[in-house]
Design a protein around this ligand. Structure first.
Ligand code: PTJ
Length: 252
């Protein structure tokens, strides 16, 4: 059950977000480990000032360019993402024409069904990876994330995989796909291995991406390609670490 957080509470927004996760856990959407992952995310969000910083804006622009240039883009969603921002990922899917695919690390039939119904309740028309959708297995992967949609991640050239674990990111990159992730921890294996890492909170990133995609649809293919080519993920991750270092220095 959600607790009431008064808007006047100094940490109202953060508590609202936390309550969404707890509610998602109670509804069988979020894995136990998802609660732990959220705590880790909250900590890094503190360190970046709980705001979208320039390194995230820069990575978001590159991510949008990559999605706009993709032939088969797919947006992969897990329990945390579905609990935190279901409407926002549906909106992003509409503007990018990229299908949504449920892909779970802690995969159970109960969670698959709960997530499918949850996303449908929020208005999702088609959800890949669960229900009647035909799945296949990615051989490079041991975890249950290896089960992917034949119409989705299996044939995708660009995969958006927010809040991801390192193994799958590596496997997706190894299988020739371009991986865009959102991860508040710039040191995580996923953050380090993805082609584009947006170091920001998913609840801020996804609406910002939708806004940027609408704006960037006017760009020429050449301009989008230049944005992708000029993007340097390692440099962007260093920008995030330098920001955190500077902020801690100032605060201390
Ligand atoms: O729903 P499932 O079964 O697919 O499982 C989902 C989790 C998140 C449990 C699974 O993917 C997992 O174990 O992930 P990790 O390895 O814990 O990595 C999650 C990453 O997301 C961590 O680096 C966190 O710092 C980061 N993170 C947590 N909350 C947010 C976040 N990044 C952006 N926005 C957040 N709100």
């Amino acid at each position: 059950m959600l607790i009431e957080v008064p808007d006047s509470h100094p940490r109202a927004l953060s508590l609202h977000i936390r309550e969404k996760l707890i509610d998602g856990f109670d509804k069988g959407l979020v894995a136990k480990a998802g609660l732990i992952a959220h705590g880790r995310g909250e900590c890094f969000d503190y360190l970046i000032g709980e705001k979208t910083q320039s390194f995230a804006e820069y990575a978001t622009e590159a991510a949008c360019a990559m999605l706009l240039l993709a032939e088969h883009p797919v947006l992969s969603i897990n329990g945390n993402v579905a609990a935190l921002c279901p409407e926002d990922v549906i909106e992003l899917s509409k503007v990018t024409h990229a299908p949504l695919e449920i892909n779970l690390f802690y995969r159970t039939k109960e969670r698959e069904d709960a997530l499918l119904h949850h996303m449908q309740d929020y208005g999702a028309q088609e959800i890949l990876g669960v229900g009647d959708d035909e799945t296949v297995q990615i051989e490079e992967l041991q975890s249950k994330r290896r089960i992917v949609s034949k119409k989705g991640i299996f044939i995708a050239d660009v995969v958006f995989v927010p809040l991801e674990d390192g193994d799958r990111t590596e496997a997706l990159v190894a299988s020739g796909k371009k991986v865009i992730t959102v991860d508040l921890n710039p040191l995580s294996r996923t953050a380090q291995k993805a082609q584009i890492t947006i170091v920001d909170n998913i609840v801020r990133t996804v609406p910002f991406m939708t806004k940027k995609i609408i704006e960037m649809k006017k760009y020429s293919t050449q301009k989008l390609q230049e944005i992708c080519d000029n993007f340097d993920n390692q440099h962007t991750l260093k920008m995030a670490l330098q920001f955190i270092q500077q902020r801690l220095r100032e605060l201390s």
